[in-house]
Write a protein that binds this ligand. Structure first.
Ligand code: BG6
Length: 508
């Protein structure tokens, strides 16, 4: 594998949670696998004052906690010698001189070739400000070495703000310097959607409206909003999960085969898929989107707070913590096939999966239950946990007659013993170092996704009377979500923590 060029990774928001929990453990994992360049350093940037030593100690603790490493490990100690910290007010352009001086000195000392990646792990209001201030000190200029910018989600708050952010970034950085993260694309199992579809000739011929009855995506979590009530109350699940992670899954399921496996070809196809989503008119929103909010309840013997009682949440909040969305993709491949997508917090379990429901056979010759729900072939693509794939099909029950029973063929990633499943951040950080934007979002795809959800945001804002259903924490959300499904005898699949066929041993 090609090694990245020597570089310095500059993390804005370095004293924050994301850096300690996800980014630094991911960088250390890359170090352990010898995937980092020979000359490499991390410079943390934040408002909080830390000495290099105190920052190293904090990062060491984060790595220890999140990767089960021992602080006394020699490799970890040596790795942390390459971590540095600069304290500055990110809003003040003048302060960036300090950063520039430190980077210039470190670059000369470590011989990192003037290659810098700037990672914005800050609150989103700083996304337009940091690039502007970097540019004020010419830290965006690629005179010697290259410069890249990584931006965390949320990218924009709605279509207008996403457009404006794109324009602001493009004033100082070129599109090929901008890396917009959707960490779902860093997940092995999400990338595997492409491999499943485009490296096997058995699925692709069936992957269209002739053979697929409907597509269902569930992404639910048993946790509530935890300590992010303030952020979440301005966001809701539509902005937090659907506009980005879930529409990403939809675009990978729905896209046409790319002509090559590179950033340009893949982005072209996912972009086209998003642009084919049938726009929802504002008056249709209640027929296509059901929203809910969790209420107080007892889950496994423990009292669980309702959303409105969470810290940082408005006691009269109408922010949705659950959503079920029905929509169509108006193109040759998907004409008439409903897509059902559901996401929420405080559900019975934590699981993300895609279910492709194939159409039943045109003629039922055998006895047994022949409804679509129970007898159609289903392909379950399990994103997490118990990552894998399950294919459900009918088999003859041994004995007299021709009775059909559903059986499952399944593959679990865990069966690939000794294979390291890289974390999403590990993969994405390495790709940015290598200059590969394939698993990053383009400005256009982000805008296309916002364009699709904008009518829903508009209606919920302008018409507060649109119902938001309460559901007890620990339940599967409001029963009204079932009404979205067109056929009366069909329901959602209620998945378990373990990848299993419906009705088999289930772990919640
Ligand atoms: C984040 C959301 O983007 O994704 C969180 O802000 C959510 O609310 C998280 O919990 C889910 O990510 P994962 O990788 O745990 O499925």
């Amino acid at each position: 594998m090609r090694a990245p060029e020597n570089l310095i990774l500059v993390i804005f928001g370095a004293s924050g949670d994301l850096t300690e929990r996800k980014l630094m453990p991911a960088v250390y994992d890359l170090h352990k696998q010898k995937l980092l360049p020979g000359r490499f350093a991390v410079v943390g940037v934040g408002r909080t004052e830390y000495s290099d030593g105190a920052f190293r100690e904090k990062m060491m603790q984060g790595i220890e906690k999140n990767l089960d490493e021992s602080k006394n490990d020699e490799m970890l100690r040596l790795f942390c010698q390459n971590l540095f910290y600069v304290s500055l007010d990110t809003r003040s352009a003048d302060d960036y001189k300090k950063l520039k001086d430190r980077l210039t000195a470190l670059d000369a000392e470590l011989q990192t070739g003037g290659n810098f990646i700037f990672y914005m792990a800050t609150p989103p209001e700083l996304y337009p400000i940091i690039p502007h201030n970097l540019a004020a000190h010419e830290l965006n200029k690629q005179k010697s070495g290259w410069r890249k910018l990584i931006i965390e989600k949320p990218f924009g708050y709605d279509l207008a703000s996403a457009r404006s952010l794109n324009q602001k970034l493009l004033r100082f950085f070129k599109e090929d310097q901008i890396y917009r993260i959707d960490h779902y694309l860093g997940k092995e199992t999400v990338q595997n959607i492409l491999v499943t579809r485009f490296s096997n000739n058995i699925f692709e011929p069936l992957w269209n409206q002739h053979f697929i009855h409907h597509v269902e995506i569930t992404s639910v979590e048993s946790l509530g909003v935890e300590n992010r009530g303030g952020y979440y109350d301005r966001s809701g699940v539509l902005r937090d999960m659907f506009q980005n992670h879930l529409l990403k899954l939809v675009s990978l399921v729905a896209m046409e085969p790319p002509i090559a496996f590179d950033a340009k070809s893949i982005r072209n196809e996912t972009q086209k898929a998003l642009e084919s989503l049938r726009p929802i008119k504002e008056h249709e929103v209640p027929d296509y989107v059901i929203r809910g909010q969790y209420t107080e309840s007892v889950v496994r013997g423990e009292k669980v707070r309702g959303y409105r009682q969470e810290k940082g949440v408005d006691p009269e909040s109408k922010t949705e913590t659950f959503l079920a969305f029905k929509f169509y993709i108006d193109n040759w491949r998907w004409g008439g096939v409903p897509f059902y997508v559901r996401a929420g917090k405080r559900m019975p379990t934590t699981v993300t999966e895609i279910v492709i429901y194939f159409k039943p056979t045109p003629h039922h010759m055998f006895s047994g239950n022949q409804s679509i729900a129970s007898s159609s072939n289903q392909l379950v693509i399990r994103i997490q946990p118990d990552e894998g794939i399950l294919l459900k099909f009918g088999m003859k029950v041994p004995g007299a007659g021709f009775k059909v029973q559903d059986v499952a063929m399944d593959f679990h990633y865990s069966d690939l013993a000794n294979v390291h499943l890289p974390s999403a951040y590990e993969r994405l950080l390495l790709d940015s170092m290598l200059g590969d934007q394939t698993l990053y979002e383009s400005g256009e795809t982000v805008e296309a996704a916002w364009k699709f959800v904008q009518p829903v945001l508009n209606v919920w804002q302008s018409n507060p009377n649109i119902k938001i259903y309460g559901y007890p924490a620990g339940s599967w959300g409001p029963p009204q979500a079932d009404d979205l499904i067109e056929e009366p005898h069909l329901t959602w699949r209620y998945p378990c923590k373990n990848l299993a066929m419906d009705g088999v041993y289930c772990e919640l």
